[in-house]
Design a protein around this ligand. Structure first.
Ligand SMILES: O=C(O)c1ccccc1NCC(=O)[C@H](O)[C@H](O)COP(=O)(O)O
Length: 199
C-alpha cells in the first residue's frame, strides 16, 4: 500500500513522515492553511531522502508557473488538482517531472490512469484538503486500475475500512493527520501509515 502524507510544513513533519515509512510527501504551493512558500518548500524538499517522493501540490496556478515553481523547488513530482486541461499536463510534463492528476469522481470523470499523461491518479473529495469523505459507492463500475490513490477524509479510524471497500493502489491524507488545520500531529502520522498498511 503506497502512502502519501500531504500538507507538510516543517522539518519535524518531514522527519516524522520519513521515519513512519511514507512513500511520498506533499507540499502545497496553492493558497491554503498548508501552503508553503517556494523557499520553504525548496528547503523541505532537500530534507526528503531519495527513496521518498516529494510532490508539489497545485490548484489554480497557471501551468507555466507550476512548471517554474516545481523545477526551482526541486520536487520529484507535480500534483495538479481540478480543472487542468490535458494541455496543462503537457506543458508541465516538459519539466520531465512525473505528474499526479487529482480529481473528484463525478459522472464523466476519466478514471484511466495516464489519460492526461499522469503517472498516478488521485481520487479526492470535491474540495481538496477539506477532510470531507465522499461516497465510495461511486466507484462501483468506475474503479480505476493501476496506480491510483484514494483521498478525502481519510484518518486513522477509517482508512482500513476505506481500503477494503475501494481497493486502491495507495492512499493520501492531510486533515486526518492534523491536530488543528495546517498543523500535523506526528503521532497520527505514524498511526495512519501503520493503519493504512496493516488495517
Ligand atoms: O490540502 C490543501 O489545503 C490543498 C489545497 C489545494 C489543493 C490541494 C490541497 N490538498 C491536496 C491533497 O493531496 C490532500 O491530501 C487531499 O486532498 C486529501 O485531503 P484530506 O481530505 O484533508 O485528507
Amino acid at each position: 500500500m503506497y502512502v502519501k502524507l500531504c500538507g507538510l510544513r516543517t522539518t519535524a513533519d518531514v522527519a516524522t513522515a520519513v521515519d513512519a515509512g511514507a512513500d511520498a510527501v506533499g507540499f502545497v504551493f496553492s493558497p491554503s492553511a498548508r501552503q508553503v512558500d517556494p523557499a520553504t518548500a525548496g528547503r523541505l524538499v532537500r530534507e526528503v531522502p531519495p527513496h521518498v517522493l516529494s510532490i508539489g501540490v497545485f490548484s489554480g496556478v497557471p501551468a507555466a508557473e507550476v512548471r517554474r515553481l516545481a523545477v526551482e523547488s526541486g520536487v520529484g513530482a507535480v500534483q495538479l488538482h481540478g480543472a487542468y486541461p490535458k494541455a496543462a499536463f503537457d506543458e508541465v510534463s516538459t519539466s520531465g517531472l512525473p505528474l499526479v492528476r487529482a480529481v473528484a469522481l463525478t459522472p464523466g470523470t476519466d478514471v484511466r490512469v495516464g489519460a492526461h499523461g499522469e503517472e498516478m491518479l488521485l481520487l479526492d473529495s470535491p474540495v481538496p484538503g477539506s477532510g470531507e469523505r465522499w461516497d465510495l459507492t461511486a466507484l462501483d463500475g468506475a474503479r480505476p486500475e493501476g496506480r491510483w490513490l484514494l483521498a478525502g477524509g481519510l484518518g486513522v479510524r477509517n482508512v482500513a475500512e476505506a481500503v477494503a471497500r475501494a481497493r486502491p493502489w495507495g492512499v493520501d491524507v492531510s486533515s486526518g493527520i492534523e491536530s488543528s488545520r495546517g498543523v500535523k500531529d506526528h503521532g497520527l502520522m505514524r498511526e495512519f501509515v501503520a493503519a493504512a498498511r496493516n488495517g
